[in-house]
Write a protein that binds this ligand. Structure first.
Ligand code: ADP
Length: 380
């Protein structure tokens, strides 16, 4: 039975008041229910009652109330269980606990189960009105912030897909036209035209590179990574990376070496993203490495962590620039074929794995990037 709803016979519509706010009272004490109904109806709320936990939970599903007043001590299932179930049905429903057995312990326990507040019996209508108003305000703010969060995520996803399709696709088409023209397939090209076209092509390549890296960075989602964690072998990750990078390393005659013990424990990681992070570090080691140099990957177990180091004997990084290299778009020296996003991608992936990354470097001598990965990822 719903209280507080009036029926307009002329329009055949219900007249709901106080912005259609519905409150459910779950309490086996009839006189308590009556008193609360009276207070609530006077305040303009629509009210329903249930005499026990089971029918209360059914009503939560049926009428989807904004707020539920739950008695802790009832025959059958307890108020604590009801609180937990309400959270599962709809976490946005706000709950207030009422009981004659007011103790700090039960108050804390009920808050832990998701109750907004606690009202010891007996209470005055004014106390009930006040606590209800505050709880409803909390619900309004929660709903609003959830909505904004969802809107933000949708905008982010929409922007990522816009960049991917509307920016990247036409640029790739332009890039292909340049190849055709420069290949002489659309007629003869003068030296002057060739030079201009080649310069334009470099700019387009740069833009495509930047978009690719930016998309990679935007797609890294820590929550998704945590869900995809599996037992990963570091050696197999670097074997894949070395296979991929062999050709580029050979162009500079850089030797790729691996120093990883066979019995190294596995780590809990998302293979795809972790490989991407290590690939970026190896790529940098080659890109900023010197001709005829070497790049060494070593790994060892250390205090419950796996420590992975990637060392090159390349150009090194000036000490005063080291604090900035993990920032987005930061480059020590501007390079046309890079976007300055590689290390921020690495940092974001390592953060999602609860791993740390450090760098030591000496100008003209080389750099070492050291990653500490927890052996077993703790549940978040
Ligand atoms: P980029 O796309 O420019 O390589 P990164 O974010 O990967 O961007 O790196 C940021 C900057 O840090 C680079 O521009 C480069 O100056 C410096 N850097 C990164 N790795 C190394 C390395 N192994 N040796 C020397 N400098 C490096």
């Amino acid at each position: 039975m719903l209280f507080g709803i009036e029926f307009d016979a002329t329009t055949s519509k219900m007249i709901n008041r106080t912005e259609n706010i519905t409150i459910l009272i779950i309490d086996d004490d009839e006189s308590m229910c009556d008193a609360c109904v009276q207070t609530y109806v006077k305040s303009g709320y629509i009210v329903d009652i249930a005499g026990d936990g089971v029918s209360g939970m059914q009503k939560v599903k049926d009428i989807n109330p904004d707020l539920v007043l739950v008695d802790l001590k009832m025959p059958g299932i307890s108020g604590m269980v009801v609180l937990e179930e309400i959270k599962k049905i709809d976490p946005e429903i706000v709950t207030i606990v009422i009981t004659g057995y007011a103790s700090i312990d039960s108050a804390i326990e009920s808050m832990k189960k998701g109750a907004y507040d606690f009202l010891p019996k007996p209470f005055t209508p004014e106390e009930l009105r006040l606590i209800t108003k505050r709880a409803l305000e909390k619900r309004r703010l929660t709903i609003e912030s959830n909505r904004l969060l969802q809107e933000k995520n949708e905008m982010r996803e929409g922007f990522i897909s816009m960049v991917s399709h509307q920016l990247r696709t036409p640029l790739v088409a332009v890039q292909q036209y340049f190849e055709v023209i420069l290949g002489g397939m659309a007629g003869e090209v003068t030296d002057e035209q060739r030079e201009m076209l080649e310069r334009s092509k470099i700019r387009i390549d740069q833009l495509i590179y930047l978009i690719k890296d930016w998309l990679n960075l935007s797609k890294i989602d820590a929550n998704r990574i945590v869900k995809k964690l599996a037992s990963i072998n570091i050696t197999s990750i670097f074997t894949n990376i070395f296979n991929l990078m062999q050709t580029i390393a050979k162009e500079k005659n850089i030797t790729l070496k691996m120093d990883i013990p066979e019995n190294l424990p596995t780590i809990s990681a998302d293979e795809e993203t972790l490989e991407q992070a290590f690939l970026n570090l190896v790529d940098n080691g080659i890109k900023y490495g010197k001709n005829d140099g070497s790049l060494v990957v070593s790994a060892k177990e250390k205090n419950g962590y796996i420590e992975v180091s990637i060392s090159d004997n390349g150009i090194g990084i000036p000490e005063d620039k080291l604090p900035f290299i993990f920032e987005q778009f930061y480059q020590v020296e501007y390079k046309t074929e890079s976007a300055g996003l590689g290390l921020s991608i690495v940092k974001k992936i390592m953060d999602a794995h609860s791993a740390t990354i450090k760098v030591t470097s000496e100008l003209g001598k080389g750099s070492t990037f050291t990653v500490l990965l927890p052996k077993i990822k703790e549940e978040k």
